[in-house]
Write a protein that binds this ligand. Structure first.
Ligand code: NAP
Length: 236
């Protein structure tokens, strides 16, 4: 079984790569800027690292061509790579608006369109998208981020309807506050007040998310498609 995980070089993506390797997948660890980390992870899990900025369609095409040429098939695509932009809505620069749309939304379109055509011809496949609780309920000072993540939930549900007959499942996982570098801007006070709002009274770990991806990727989830599964400690 072959899985491509975008943004596998750290955080949630790294945990997903490691879990999928434990589950028996050969994993292509996609990265953009963290090449050494991706290479180390790939070596440790017996996988392969591959550079592609997911916002660049040509780079995505090269990654998927490489994967198909070397492994013949892609069983699972995990669209994990993403960035956040924090600030008041009207103060976010146009450069940052373009960047977040290009990565969080167009990046997912690029990877999925290149992979799904192979899955359609094989009449099987599994696509798991990483959205966010902010995509479900909206996050103040992360309006553009929330918009891209809401779009990923809509994308998941629509694509699932389109490709179900081709034997392809499409689901989405929406993490709450997970302890990764994406949240390194939070102060200890921020984290403590967030914990007060989380019924399970802790931040999530990357492994919490990887566990659900592992389940959705497995045959145990064979009748689950078009779903958005929250992994958020009960916060919303
Ligand atoms: P992270 O630690 O900042 O990691 C982000 C990953 O995305 C890195 O591996 C990075 O790769 C990759 N990436 C960024 N831009 C890319 C590009 N243009 N092309 C390819 N890869 C790119 O973040 P994280 O917390 O693990 O987040 C992973 C996913 O979970 C994101 O989609 C995020 O929105 C979502 N999420 C996170 C949280 C949270 O609280 N942490 C909550 C909800 C949802 P390089 O370092 O190689 O560039």
């Amino acid at each position: 079984m072959l899985a491509v995980v975008t943004g596998g070089s750290k955080g949630i993506g790294e945990a997903i790569c490691r879990q999928l390797a434990n589950d028996g997948y050969t994993v292509v660890v996609n990265y953009n800027s963290s090449g050494l980390q991706a290479e180390r992870i790939a070596n440790e899990i017996g996988g392969y690292s591959y550079h592609a900025d997911i916002s660049n369609l040509e780079e995505v095409k090269s990654m998927i061509d490489y994967t198909i040429q070397n492994f013949g098939n892609i069983d699972l695509l995990v669209n994990n790579a993403g960035i956040s932009v924090v600030g008041l809505f009207h103060e976010i620069s146009q450069v940052d608006v373009k960047k977040i749309l290009d990565i969080n939304l167009n990046g997912v379109f690029n990877c999925t369109s290149e992979v799904v055509k192979h899955m359609i011809s094989k009449k099987s496949g599994n696509i798991i998208n990483i959205s966010s609780m902010w995509g479900e309920v909206g996050g103040s000072c992360e309006v553009h981020y929330s918009a891209t993540k809401s779009a990923i939930i809509g994308f998941t549900k629509a694509l699932a309807k389109e490709v179900g007959l081709s034997g392809i499942r499409v689901n989405c996982v929406s993490p709450g506050v997970i302890d990764t570098s994406m949240n390194e801007h939070l102060t200890e006070d921020d984290i403590n007040s967030l914990k007060e709002e989380i019924p399970l009274y802790r931040l999530g770990t990357p492994q919490d998310v990887a566990n659900v991806v592992s389940f959705l990727a497995s045959e145990r989830a064979s009748y689950i498609t078009a779903q958005d599964i929250a992994v958020n400690g009960g916060i919303c």
